[in-house]
Design a protein around this ligand. Structure first.
Ligand code: SF4
Length: 321
């Protein structure tokens, strides 16, 4: 999620009434405090807003939750909302728990929430949420395994970069070793991770280090899904974002972004497990989809074609968040 603003995950925004429940088509939608973001892959699923905002809310490229003060919603209200949603959408199979890093909720929120979801949605297969590095580090392996048993099975996680100095510049909050520690714990607990990397984040000066560090990180942790987004900057953030780069910052153009994409995919040779890769978010110059490492050569060929004559490159006016 997510994100001219940079979006972390491929995120879309809903505009819904602030109160009550509404039936859209045959689907029940809860009321949400806007803005609400969710991964594109959750577009057909029930969304439950258990937290508001992001508990970090500091990443210098991200405006997603700047208008919200982070809070965990009261459990009673949340459980009541689950009951209402179950009346209107009893056959929901997949549920996304918002907002920005809902994994931060303590176990005495998660446990009753997931138990209630299992009770009210008999066909429930999967619960998912966004997670930050710090969320994973603060939960024990046993707690994560318990969440998995209760059907929380997929985490959307913004790696952004695998280059420590860049992570510090953007104020991500954790470095690579700590990210790996958390992601390995998630894997051991049986949780799948869908990770995102932001192309262009290091600008013209740090791009190689950004990509090479990211390749290294990807080889240290078993990711199920990986997607790349392209840096798009909200003008309100630009001066602060740029000001934190000691050597200055120059944005990458599309050709340079394609170079980044090429270097990244060429470098993913032997990840710990096969990765489903996508760069189909609306922010990207070039949409790609495949499995890594199996489809590496085809994907590199598509990037080469785009670099040569612009084949497949999305016009700038068609891009968005
Ligand atoms: S962790 Fe950073 S990038 Fe993700 S929502 Fe929070 S502030 Fe934005």
């Amino acid at each position: 999620m997510l994100m001219l603003v940079v979006i972390i995950q491929s995120i879309n925004i809903f505009h819904l009434p602030r109160r009550g429940l509404e039936v859209i088509g045959s689907r029940a939608m809860l009321s949400y405090q806007e803005p609400l973001y969710r991964p594109p892959s959750e577009g057909n699923n029930l969304i439950l807003q258990a937290t508001l905002g992001c508990s970090n809310n500091r990443c210098t490229f991200c405006t997603m939750y700047r208008s919200k003060r982070f809070q965990i919603r009261p459990l009673d209200a949340l459980l009541e909302e689950v009951d209402h949603a179950a009346v209107l959408w009893p056959d929901a199979r997949r549920i996304f728990v918002a907002d920005g890093d809902a994994l931060v909720m303590p176990m005495d929120h998660w446990r009753p929430l997931l138990e209630r979801l299992a009770q009210r949605f008999p066909r429930l297969q999967r619960v998912s949420c966004y997670a930050r590095p710090g969320n994973l580090l603060k939960k024990t392996l046993g707690e994560l395994a318990e969440l998995r048993t209760l059907k929380l099975s997929l985490l959307y996680y913004g790696i952004e970069s695998g280059y420590d100095p860049l992570l510090a510049i953007i104020e991500k909050g954790e470095g690579c070793d700590r990210m790996c520690e958390g992601l390995l714990k998630a894997a051991e607990a049986g949780l799948k991770v869908s990770a995102t990397v932001v192309l262009g984040l290091g600008g013209t000066g740090l791009w190689k280090a950004h990509i090479d560090g990211t390749i290294e990180l990807i080889h240290r942790v078993p990711l199920h899904y990986l997607s790349t987004l392209q840096l798009m900057m909200d003008p309100s953030l630009e001066s602060h974002f740029i000001g934190r780069f000691p050597g200055g910052f120059q944005f990458q153009d599309d050709n340079a972004i394609l170079d980044e994409q090429h270097r990244l995919l060429a470098g993913i040779i032997q990840p710990p497990r096969p990765i489903i890769f996508r760069s189909n978010h609306a922010s990207n110059a070039l949409a790609l989809a495949g499995n890594l490492p199996r489809d590496q050569q085809r994907l590199l060929g598509e990037i080469d074609a785009a670099r040569g004559d612009g084949e497949g490159v999305r016009p700038f006016w068609m891009r968005g968040l």
